[in-house]
Design a protein around this ligand. Structure first.
Ligand SMILES: Nc1nc2c(c(=O)[nH]1)N[C@H]1C(S)=C(S)[C@@H](COP(=O)(O)OP(=O)(O)OC[C@H]3O[C@@H](n4cnc5c(=O)[nH]c(N)nc54)[C@H](O)[C@@H]3O)O[C@H]1N2
Ligand SMILES: Nc1nc2c(c(=O)[nH]1)N[C@H]1C(S)=C(S)[C@@H](COP(=O)(O)OP(=O)(O)OC[C@H]3O[C@@H](n4cnc5c(=O)[nH]c(N)nc54)[C@H](O)[C@@H]3O)O[C@H]1N2
Ligand SMILES: [Mo]
Length: 765
């Protein structure tokens, strides 16, 4: 008889996609009470005249995908276009202290915010405020600060290019580069790492490249849940016989087998397509070791081939013409011994050798990666070793090959492109001076972690958030929450209520805004915004639903009004004119960033246009003018090598969530239903601690300088197919064990996928 599993834990054998996905879409529509309108809404997503799906940043072939079948896109859209509302009566009924006790899921599930609100500390309630009064209050508070560096301006990656551009203009005119950004918690390792390797911090492939590749390598991303439209591409490649080699500690269902809802035969026969041709379950944090192992084997094979009279397996012509640094890389890799590689990666030399067979057999290789690579103390090094691996065989800048970071938020890449950065380069500062006649400061500003540190030590006193849920997304709530409660000013521009809005500053203001799906009408008529996808394609997005309330303003308008209230007519910037017609914002974007030449015309073409990615043409904007092989510090410092009682914690998104937005409590493909308080563990790691499937456990942080041990207590251990030495739990719950001071020193990215912890039987009562 099969052992009894903990409550809510089941085996789930069905493929990803298929009927399960269609059933989930229907359920989602019903839950948001929008059955009739919902289907038309879904049909407009990613169509030429429609809006950009806020679900993910994967491109669409000429914007013609049959998107209505994408389960998690449907969740993202219906969550925003819900019929539920959070009106002033809601806030009159519930005090902030009461709301604090609600779950994150329940807070957001109340629906769309409809009115600007201000916190009244005497009553402990949010109360309505006129827009004009709210803007005046924000301006007055910002102008009260001793200097502009005492304010922090956060951006979450949903913001359109137009909103983000106005926002950075406002903040730079105000006088600081304090731009904490969701990207600091996400692909910063890409933005910092790749420019040094290949001269650009973005991916080099286009969707068409997948039609020409001979192999796909996939590191640390879960497309069935997080980039669902990518499944169409992987499904097609797999059916074409392209090997797909996966490195991931967890057997993610969609990477194993996928039934395409658009394939009538798979749907009718309930069959599916295997996706991964080989699946390597490396230990969390083992990528650097695995990559060094792969490269070590490539050098070995190269030497052997040459000794046997061949010409070697490296792309010598590419290396000679386009790169520098090969010898240093070779030395580093040769110095790294196999015992360390296998211990840290959790993979055998044979495993790695099979992967190298596939790599060497393929002329054109695409490498895709996600958060499993970037959210580590060595995230930047990881990214650079991925680039090395590709460059050894000339797999960058040729058709069917390249590096493909899976971006997170649907416009996180665009926000960076139009100036959201705490480290502005000369081109950006010069561009602003050219277009607006003032020269902003170039002094480095704060990233996300530095922002929290500055708020905690009292040196920052104001926080403005253009979307997002910073307090919950960042590590260590015990350090973050009290700091935020000491602020003088907190302003949140948001669509839905979340926990960050309940950390009350002396003055707290909540400003409701239009979302992607809403019709945005300004003086010149209905407006479109623009976004940039993972492949640097820029295209227009136009909402068409009646906004949830007449009171809502668009993000560009809100930013412009805050700017006017704060700056008056400083530098003569004509904010009103720009928001009357967003074409005028785009003209200014073009004036600052020459790459957007002819922006308004080109963005009106079907499918939009691509921003230049010089590395795709083998033009290298690096210091040496060449692609650069970079050496990463060794792997011997892995904590498990010195203390086997420790474990590496990685954190995951469930299938029913969008970052801190929790749509529901199921994680269907991993067999978890109705709960999130679980930790996935290997059978032997459980046994070694006298624990078993279903034991109540505590997860205790084993690193960092926090005075008190950070912990998550009373969670349920779930025996799971995960390598020894690694455990996994859900984001954001697990942020409670991740100290603020654990991050990649090069990119500032927190160690969300590699925090050293201990697990014990629970002492929670
Ligand atoms: N539906 C939905 N879509 C989303 C999001 C969402 O929350 N929900 N979030 C959006 C955002 S902002 C982002 S950044 C992306 C995130 O998309 P992903 O990068 O896919 O996100 P994660 O769930 O964090 O985990 C990635 C994968 O990394 C694996 N992994 C964990 N640790 C390691 C490791 O050390 N090495 C390797 N090789 N693999 C590891 C995990 O098992 C998991 O499969 O998705 C975007 N799209
Ligand atoms: N442990 C752990 N922590 C992580 C991660 C992890 O993998 N593990 N991932 C990190 C990553 S990759 C990211 S990107 C961050 C995400 O961090 P954030 O981007 O800050 O978080 P979200 O959960 O995406 O933000 C959700 C909120 O955005 C608001 N919102 C939604 N749509 C709109 C809109 O159109 N306009 C405006 N103004 N507001 C809107 C809503 O109020 C909603 O409550 O979290 C990071 N934190
Ligand atoms: Mo992200």
């Amino acid at each position: 008889m099969a052992a009894r599993r903990p409550p809510g834990i089941e085996e789930y054998d069905a493929p990803a996609g298929g009927w399960g996905a269609l059933r989930a879409v229907a359920k989602t529509l019903a839950h948001q009470q929008i059955v009739a309108q919902g289907t038309t809404t879904l049909l407009k997503a990613n169509q030429p005249e429609g809006f950009d799906c806020p679900g993910c940043a994967w491109p669409d072939p000429k914007h013609t995908s049959s998107f209505e079948f994408c389960e998690n896109g449907a969740k993202a859209i219906t969550w925003e276009s819900t019929a539920k509302r959070v009106e002033p009566a809601f806030f009159a009924e519930h005090s902030v202290s009461d709301l604090w006790e609600w779950t994150d899921h329940k807070l957001e599930d109340q629906g769309r915010l409809t009115h600007p609100m201000v916190y009244n500390k005497d009553s402990d309630h949010y109360e309505p405020i006129e827009w004009s009064a709210a803007f005046a209050l924000i301006g007055a508070e910002l102008n009260k600060l001793d200097n502009p560096h005492q304010a922090e301006f956060y951006t979450s990656g949903r913001a359109s290019n137009e909103a983000a551009f106005l926002y950075q203009l406002f903040v730079r005119a105000y006088g600081t580069n304090n731009f904490p950004d969701c990207s600091n918690m996400c692909h910063e390792a890409t933005s910092v790492g790749l420019p040094k390797s290949i001269g650009v911090g973005k991916g080099t492939v286009l969707l068409e490249d997948f039609d020409h590749c001979d192999a796909i390598f996939s590191f640390g991303h879960n497309p069935g849940t997080n980039h669902p439209r990518m499944m169409a591409t992987l499904h097609e490649a797999a059916r074409r016989g392209v090997p797909i080699v996966v490195f991931n500690p967890l057997k993610e269902r969609a990477l194993e087998k996928f039934a395409s809802p658009q394939n009538p035969i798979e749907m009718a026969t309930m069959s599916s397509t295997p996706i991964a041709s080989a699946y390597y379950q490396l230990r969390a944090g083992g990528d650097l070791a695995a990559l060094k192992g792969l490269m070590k084997l490539i050098f070995e094979r190269d030497a052997a081939d040459i000794a046997a009279g061949g010409t070697g397996v490296l792309d010598r012509a590419f290396i000679a013409e386009h790169t520098v640094g090969l010898d240093a890389l070779r030395e580093d890799v040769e110095r790294t011994d196999w015992a360390h590689i296998t211990a840290v990666s959790g993979l055998s030399k044979d495993d790695l050798s099979h992967a190298v067979d596939v790599y060497l057999k393929s002329e054109r290789v695409i490498l895709c990666y996600g958060m499993g690579i970037t959210q580590h103390s060595h995230g930047t090094a990881n990214v650079q070793q991925l680039a090395n691996f590709l460059m050894l065989r000339g797999n960058i800048g040729k058709q069917g090959a390249g590096i493909c970071p899976l971006r997170g938020h649907s416009n996180v890449q665009g926000d960076r492109t139009v100036g959201i950065t705490e480290i502005p380069n000369d081109a950006l500062i010069d561009g602003i001076e050219r277009a607006f006649g003032f020269r902003p400061t170039q002094e480095k500003g704060h990233n996300a972690v530095e922002t929290i540190e500055a708020i905690n030590d009292g040196s920052s006193k104001a926080l403005i958030c253009l979307g997002g849920n910073l307090a919950v997304a960042i590590s260590d709530p015990e350090a973050t929450f009290p700091g935020m409660r000491k602020l003088d000013l907190a302003v949140h521009i948001a669509t839905k209520l979340n926990r960050s809005h309940l950390l009350m500053a002396k003055t707290s203001i909540l400003l409701p805004c239009l979302g992607r799906t809403d019709l945005d009408t300004q003086a010149s008529g209905p407006q479109s915004v623009t976004v940039e996808d993972s492949m640097s394609m820029v295209h227009a997005s136009r909402g068409f639903l009646n906004p949830p309330s007449d009171m809502l303003k668009s993000e560009p308008v809100i930013v412009a009004e805050i700017a006017k209230a704060t700056l008056g007519d400083r530098y003569g910037i004509d904010w009103d004119s720009m928001v009357e017609n967003y074409d005028r914002i785009r003209d200014k974007i073009e004036a600052v960033f020459p790459d957007f030449r002819d922006f308004n015309r080109r963005v009106r073409a079907r499918g939009g246009f691509r921003l230049s990615v010089p590395a795709s043409e083998r033009v290298w904007k690096t210091e040496s003018g060449r692609a650069t092989f970079l050496v990463a510090k060794g792997i011997e410092e892995d904590p498990l090598l010195t203390d086997p009682s420790q474990l590496i914690l990685t954190t995951l998104r469930s299938h029913d969530q969008y970052n801190t937005t929790i749509y529901g409590l199921d994680d269907r493909y991993r067999g978890v239903f109705g709960r999130r308080d679980v930790v996935f563990m290997n059978k032997d790691d459980l046994a070694a601690r006298g624990l078993s499937d279903g034991s109540k456990i505590d997860v205790l942080c084993a690193v960092g300088g926090a005075k008190k041990t950070l912990a998550v207590r009373g969670f349920t251990a779930v025996q799971y197919d995960i390598p020894r030495g690694a455990i996994a739990g859900y984001y954001p719950e697990m942020n409670a064990v991740i100290p603020l001071d654990q991050y990649d020193r090069l990119s500032g990215t927190p160690t969300y996928k590699g925090t050293t912890v201990r697990v014990t039987g629970s002492v929670a009562t």
